[in-house]
Design a binder for this molecule. Sequence first.
Ligand code: GTP
Ligand code: MG
Length: 301
Amino acid sequence: MLGVLKTFTEGMAKTRKTFADTVGSLILGDKIDEAFLEELEEALVAADVGMTTAAAVLTDLKERHRRKELSTPDDVRLRLRQILREILSASHKPFVVSAVPFVVLVVGVNGTGKTTTIGKLASRLAGGGKSVMLAAADTFRAAAAEQLSIWGERSGIPVIKHREGADPGAVVFDALAAAKARSVDVLIVDTAGRLHTKSNLMEELKKVRRILERELPGAPHETLLVVDGTTGQNALVQARMFHESIGVTGLVITKLDGSPKGGILFAIAKELGLPVKLVGIGEGIEDLRDFDPKEFVEALL
Ligand SMILES: Nc1nc2c(ncn2[C@@H]2O[C@H](COP(=O)(O)OP(=O)(O)OP(=O)(O)O)[C@@H](O)[C@H]2O)c(=O)[nH]1
Ligand SMILES: [Mg+2]
C-alpha cells in the first residue's frame, strides 16, 4: 500500500476526542476542589473507563489532594496520566513468539474482527521473517475459510481448511501436523464466532483447545480474545465470559479507529487483569499495532 502508515494516535482519534471533551476540558480549569474531583470521576465514567476504574482513580486523587500534593489542574493531569499508565502496565505483556511452532488460538464473538486480525498479524509475522500457517477452524460458514484464504494468499501464507461444516477439531489436528512437518514458526487458528447457542461455541472452542494441548505440549501458546472496541462495556462482558470458559492470555481490541470508547481498555486491565496485546486501527493489512500502555495514555491526555 502506498502512502504514510497511519500512526497509533491517528488511529484512535475518536477516543482522543472523547477524553478531550470529558476529562481534558475539565483539567483545563484553574482550581481544584472536591466538586472538581467528583466531576472528574463522572468524566472518566463517560469516557468508558468503567465505574471500578474511575472510583479507584478518584480515591488516589482525593487522597493526594488532601495531602496537598495536587494544587493545580496540571498536577491532576500529570497524576492522572501516571495512574492510568499504572493500571495498564500492571497487566501488560507484549505479544512475543517464544516457541516453535508457536500456536495462537484466536477466539471471540462474531464480527469482532478475528479473521481480519489474523490476516494482519500473519502478514506482519511473515514480513518479519517467520514462516506462518493459518488454520481455518471456523467451519460454520464456507465463506469463513474463503475469507481466511484470501488473507493467506495476500501474504503467501498456506491455509489449512476442510469443507464447510467439518469438525473444527479435525482442522486443527491436521494443521498442527502440517505445521510440525513443515517446521512452521507460527500457526494461527481462526475460529467461529457464531453457533446455534453460546454454550455450543464454548464447547467447540474447548475441544479445539484440548486437541492443541494434546498434540503439542504448551500449545496454545497464546489464546487471543478479539473484542470490538466500539461496543464499550460489552467488551468487558465478553472478556469475562471467554476467560472463564476457555482461558485467555491476551486481548486484541479492534476498530479503535471508529470507536469513541477506547476507555474500555482501562476497565479490562483493571477489572480482569488481562493484558491487551494488539489493537486494530483500521481494515487495512497494516492497521494492527502492538499495544503500548505509555503510548496509549499519552495519546489520550
Ligand atoms: N475499522 C475497522 N474495521 C475492522 C477492524 N478489524 C476488523 N474490522 C472489520 O470488521 C468486520 C468483521 O471482521 P472479521 O474479521 O470478518 O470478523 P470475525 O470476528 O472474523 O467475524 P466472524 O467470522 O463472523 O465471527 C470486517 O468488515 C472488518 O473489515 C479494525 O481494526 N478497524
Ligand atoms: Mg471470521
